[in-house]
Ligand binder design. Structure first.
Ligand code: GLN
Length: 242
């Protein structure tokens, strides 16, 4: 972490921020401030350079065309890749997750190169879009509670040897491959299909990103009353028989 402040970079809010993904930046800021950390949030529009000195980078989801534009700009900029090489924490949602892989299928039906930050690639699902609430068990190595989120994507993401599934779904589709995997991670780089916004529904994941940025095993406890109410409401709605 930089000396004076935790630097949270929100990548391309003008292109990648569907379903309230902006909330992820707000929640990381809030959880850090609850621990009396000094936080600087840097919103980087797609016509601006990505700083390489951030501690935590957040990338949201997007429609197919903005996703292609975002991938073009991120490839040309290279700041995110350099930040990852420096050990920054990166957390991408849906389109952001797909862009972090080797390739995805763009709005023109063409294979589009990603950033290669995660050993995954995304094809276009032949069946119905994956839409709805999701429950999943996060990789036990991460020691986190049940994951709750909302998915809406046509892409199907395949995992290579260089990543682990972030979670295994109990309700919903996740990566859409039919094997129950949801998202992917390696070291300090994470991708997920979960909107919601996912960090508002899963503050323990936000806390994990902060712990990794600070390189500590634990953070002081912080009130989760509001988050607990949201989690309980969404988990009940997801498990209730239709
Ligand atoms: N455009 C991508 C897809 O449909 C991602 C959608 C999203 O970010 N919600 O697969």
């Amino acid at each position: 972490m930089s000396e004076s402040s935790l630097r949270v970079v929100w990548v391309y809010p003008d292109l990648l921020s569907t379903y309230g993904d902006r909330g992820n930046a707000l929640v990381v800021e809030r959880r850090a401030r609850q621990r009396h950390l000094n936080v600087t949030r840097i919103d980087v529009r797609s016509d601006q350079a990505i700083p390489t000195s951030g501690d935590i980078y957040l990338i949201g989801g997007g429609e197919d065309r903005p996703q292609r534009l975002a991938a073009e700009r991120l490839r040309a900029d290279s700041g995110l890749v350099r930040a990852a090489e420096n050990g920054a924490i990166i957390f991408g949602v849906c389109a952001g997750f797909q862009i972090m892989g080797h390739e995805f299928v763009n709005d023109l039906g063409e294979r589009e190169q990603g950033l290669g930050l995660l050993d995954v690639w995304t094809t276009r699902g032949e069946g119905a879009r994956c839409v709805g609430d999701v429950l999943a068990d996060i990789d036990p190595r991460l020691g986190l509670p049940q994951l709750t989120g909302f998915e809406n994507h046509q892409g199907v993401t395949h995992l290579g040897q260089g990543v682990q599934p972030f979670a295994t779904v109990t309700v919903g589709r996740g990566n859409g491959t039919g094997d129950g995997t949801e998202g992917a991670w390696r070291d300090t780089v994470f991708g997920t299909y979960m909107h919601g916004p996912v960090l508002a529904r899963n503050p323990a994941v936000a806390d994990m990103l902060i712990r990794l940025a600070l390189d500590v095993n634990a953070l002081p406890p912080a009130d989760t009353t509001w988050y607990d109410a949201l989690r309980a409401e969404r988990i009940a709605a997801t498990t209730r028989p239709a």
